[in-house]
Structure formats: C-alpha cells, structure tokens
Design a protein around this ligand. Structure first.
Ligand code: HEC
Ligand code: HEC
Length: 387
C-alpha cells in the first residue's frame, strides 16, 4: 500500500461523529488502515522460544504419529485425531466423543493455523500450544491419560523410543519426571500442529485488489465492496477479527447462550493458569523468564482490575478457513455461517441466557439481506489453499 489517503477522510470522520454514516465514502483513512492489515501472503507462525522443538522437522514427524495414536489414551480408543480430523481438524458435531463415550464440554476448534494463536482453548486456559496438549491427554472425559500410560506407550514402541531419545537425549523409560515427559510429548505435538497451515485465501487477493481500486477511486464497483464495508463498518467485525489472523487474540463476552459448567469462560481459568506448572513461565518452559512471564502478569492484573471483562469471555477465533469448521462458537450452537451472521445481527442471545455483561460492540446491527449475504460470501472467501 502506498501513502495514498482519500481526501474525504477528515470530512468522513466528522460525518461519522454526526451520525451520517450512510453518507460517508468507504473506506475512511482509519478503515483503510484496518483493511490494509487484513491480507497476507504465507508467513510462518511466529517462533516459540518456550518450545525448543517448535520448528524441528523430526519432532513434527513424531508429533504426527502421536497425534494419530489412540494408544496414548487410557481407554486405548481415543487419539487427538478422534476429535480433530478431516481437512479442518475438527468434528462436524457441536461436541466430540472421548473415552467412555463422554462428550466434550465445548466445540473442538479447527487446528488449521493454530500455530498463529497466542492463547489456547476457548477460555484461554493454556498460554502455549505445547502445554495445551497436556489438557486433553489428562482430561478424564477426553483421553483420560497420564504420564504412566504415555511412557508405557512410548517405551513399548521401538520407533517411538528411538525418535524420542534422539530428540530429548534420554529414553522415555529413563525420563524420571512425569511432567517432563508430558511436556516433551506436548512439544512434539505442537511441532506437528504448527505445520497445519492454510494462509493464502481468495479473501487476501480480494483485499489486495480492493485496495488498488481504492487508489483508483473505483472501489464501489469492486465485487468485494459490500462485504468488506459491512465487515469493517456496519458489522464492526474488524474490531475483534483484525489483522492477518483475523483475531485480536483477546477475549470477549458476546452474549452467547451457555448453560454449561464452563460458562464463566476466562473468569474461571485465570488463577489456575497463573499457578499451572506447565505455563510458559514455569519449569517446563524453555524460556521461563521471557516475554511470557510478563504476558501472564498482565493477564492477572487485567482480571483483577476489570473482572467484568473476563466474566463470560471467550477468545476471538481466527476467521481463516472458517467455512470448513461448522458448527460455530464455543458451544457449537450456530450451525452455519448464516446463523452466525444472524446471531450478530440480533445483537447476540437474550440477556439472562449467559453470565456477565455483553461487550458494548455487540448490538443489533439492522443488516439488509444483501449485507448479510455479502458477509457470508466474505467469510467463505477466507478458506486458504491447502499445501
Ligand atoms: C474428546 C475430544 C478431544 C480430544 C481427544 C482432543 N481434543 Fe483438542 N479440543 C477438544 C475440544 C472440545 C477443545 C476446546 C476445549 C475448550 O476450549 O474448552 C479442544 C481444543 C484444542 C486445542 C486448542 C485450539 C484453540 O484454537 O484454542 C488444541 C491445540 C487441541 N485441542 C489439540 C489437541 C491435541 C494435540 C490432542 C491430543 C493430545 C487433542 N486436542 C485431543 C476436543 C478434543
Ligand atoms: C467484540 C468482539 C467481536 C466482534 C465485534 C465480532 N466477533 Fe466474531 N467472534 C468473537 C468471539 C469472542 C467469538 C467466539 C465467541 C464464543 O464462542 O463465545 C467469535 C466467533 C465468531 C465466529 C465463529 C468462529 C468459529 O470458529 O466458531 C464467526 C464466524 C464470527 N465470529 C464472525 C464475525 C462477524 C461476521 C462479525 C461481524 C458481524 C463478528 N464476528 C464480530 C469476537 C467478535
């Protein structure tokens, strides 16, 4: 993008303030900045200093085998892949089945582009991809496992033992600290998951073309005009779904109906994450005193000073590849992208159906059927190319 700015920008902002939204040419200067931040060309996930094996190809190979191995679960029938399968690495149902026929509490997220995220799980209870893996492994309703089961599986399969020993300098049977064993398994699983990327999408090409049309002053004729305008302006989607990853990496209470045990979202997990031995500032991190320690104390301070912001708050998911991962939201309650757009158009679910206070951006939108359709088309264009 060059430094071009529409001359109307200043006037446009003044009009916005006066409530004459429909009169303002799209995009204003601020909107242009938001649009410019959206498009991407394949950029790798940011390095993870807390996992020395994050970008190790041998670790990714072992990670994939372990990801697909039900032998890591206590029941012997559930692997990571049981709940994260197919091209989107999730399931088509609202919840997924773990050991003993138990259903997961929430909708399994797609693992595509998961290496780009900064917090994990809908409520953010893991701060790194490698530590996240310990949660499903040990969750009684998912894989119901522990270090004893995992060690036995690794030690019982010679190719696992060889690969593990080569990476970590010690055979699994000799790894006396059970937490170290679990963390190492998490680190190879993360190395694999960091390769599951689909970045470049028709959306990116559309945004680039649209930005050129803005320079030429012909944007209103561009096929992406109404979708992008609604995404950025009337729908306010870009407030949270921003930047390359189409997420602000933050947590918000959208006012989504939830009667489950975990409905308080982030409010229920901050303290546990602070004292978690597997957090990125803990003894199993490869960079315990790095930026992650500061990130955790910032989170704790936020939760203490603004408790309403964590109550019922869930993480903004990426919208990249979103067409592949129905149903939607942490509850899996919205079956299609049309349903999601209707949810936002209504300003969320009725008060009283969710805990806490709905964030102020979520209001009735009064979208026309053309605007709704344009948003759905835009969301569908965000599917990246498979490598
Ligand atoms: C029984 C189903 C099930 C199994 C087995 C399972 N997961 Fe999940 N996974 C889920 C659910 C449900 C969530 C969302 C949980 C939440 O946010 O509360 C999730 C969340 C995740 C996330 C976070 C994604 C994000 O965007 O925040 C990652 C990463 C992940 N799983 C990887 C794995 C790995 C690796 C394994 C194997 C060690 C695994 N899962 C096993 C159901 C499962
Ligand atoms: C205030 C921040 C915010 C705004 C504004 C916002 N979103 Fe979201 N979006 C989120 C959060 C947070 C979630 C997850 C909510 C949950 O599950 O509780 C989400 C979930 C979604 C999902 C489901 C993704 C999935 O993987 O399940 C889609 C699709 C989506 N948003 C599209 C939009 C569109 C389109 C708009 C504009 C009309 C929009 N969002 C506006 C924060 C926001």
């Amino acid at each position: 993008m060059t430094g071009f700015r529409p001359r109307t920008a200043v006037l446009a902002l003044a009009l916005l303030g006066a409530g004459c939204e429909s009169e303002v040419p799209f995009p204003t200067e601020d909107e242009l900045d938001q649009l410019s931040a959206l498009h991407t060309q394949s950029v790798k996930p940011e390095a993870d200093p807390t996992n020395k094996w994050a970008d190790n190809a041998d670790a990714a190979v072992l990670g994939q085998r372990l990801f697909e191995d039900p032998g890591l679960s206590r029941c012997g029938t559930v692997s990571c892949k049981s709940c994260h399968a197919g091209e989107s690495y999730t399931v088509e149902t609202a919840t997924a089945e773990g050991c003993g026929g138990h259903q997961s509490e929430r909708n399994p997220p797609s693992l595509l582009n998961v290496g780009y995220s900064r917090w994990f799980m809908w409520d953010g209870r893991a701060d790194r991809l490698w530590s996240q893996a310990v949660l499903p492994l040990t969750n009684p309703i998912e894989m119901d496992s522990d270090a004893t089961v995992v060690r036995a599986r690794l030690a019982g399969e010679p190719t696992y033992t060889a690969a593990y020993t080569q990476l970590f300098g010690k055979a699994p049977a000799d790894e006396s600290d059970p937490n170290r064993l679990m963390a190492n398994v998490g680190k190879v699983l993360a190395a694999y998951q960091r390769t599951l990327n689909r970045t470049d999408a028709p959306f990116d090409a559309d945004v680039r073309r649209f930005l050129q049309a803005v320079e030429a002053g012909t944007q209103e004729k561009d096929p992406a005009y109404l979708g992008l305008k609604t995404f950025v302006r009337k729908g306010q989607c870009v407030v949270c779904h921003k930047g390359r990853s189409l997420s602000d990496d933050k947590f918000h209470n959208l006012g989504l109906k939830d009667t489950g045990a975990g409905r308080r979202g982030q409010a229920d997990v901050v303290d546990a994450l602070m004292s978690w031995q597997f957090n990125a500032a803990g003894p199993y991190s490869d960079a315990p005193s790095g930026i992650d320690a500061a990130r955790l104390s910032t989170l704790k301070a936020q939760a203490q000073t603004k408790p309403t912001e964590v109550e019922g708050a869930f993480r903004t998911p990426t919208l990249r590849n979103v067409a592949l991962s129905a149903p939607y939201m942490h509850t899996g309650a919205e079956k299609t992208l049309e349903d999601v757009v209707d949810f936002y158009n209504e300003g969320g679910d009725p008060d009283g159906t969710f805990p806490g206070v709905r964030t102020e951006t979520i209001v009735k939108l009064d979208l026309s059927s053309e605007e709704k359709q344009a948003l759905v088309t835009l969301l569908k264009s965000m599917t990246g190319v498979a490598k």
